[in-house]
Design a protein. Structure first.
Length: 147
């Protein structure tokens, strides 16, 4: 079986503020932003790759989403997840760090290896979006990739 992440929903207080952060600071491309602004889409998204997006859903929609998914037990709807990690090349990581610093966003790292989908790397940092969602950015050197 071959799977990939299609989308991840992040809970945000203000979808337009979040959209600005993810497009202007992180550098992602918006999806359905104009439709959202026109009231024709329930939330905007940003594209991570050809096959993956992040949905920026207002926390006020949590109850609606619980009903939409048919949840019988309370879930994480409306609560932040632990973190989402973005993998990129070294130049992209450096450019992201520069944009985050220019925007006054704190970055946190340690000098220890961190394990992810492609193995371990020492090139990583965590930061938060304006709504407190924790994000990680990293890159892998080919020599570092291990299972």
């Amino acid at each position: 079986m071959s799977l990939h992440i299609d989308h991840v929903v992040l809970w945000v207080e203000d979808p337009l503020r979040a959209l600005e952060f993810y497009t202007q600071v992180i550098g992602l491309t918006s999806v359905r932003a104009e439709e959202f602004r026109a009231g024709k889409a329930p939330f905007p998204s940003v594209r991570l790759s050809e096959t993956s997006i992040l949905d920026l859903m207002s926390v006020s929609s949590a109850e609606f989403l619980r009903k939409y998914t048919g949840e019988e037990k309370p879930s994480a709807a409306g609560r932040p997840i632990n973190h989402v990690c973005f993998a990129m090349d070294r130049d992209e990581l450096d450019a992201l760090a520069a944009r985050l610093a220019a925007a006054g966003v704190a970055m946190h790292t340690k000098s220890s290896p961190s394990f992810g989908a492609r193995g371990s790397t020492v090139h990583w940092f965590y930061f938060q979006d304006p709504d407190g969602n924790t994000l990680e950015a990293r890159y892998y050197e080919e020599a570092q990739i291990s299972s």
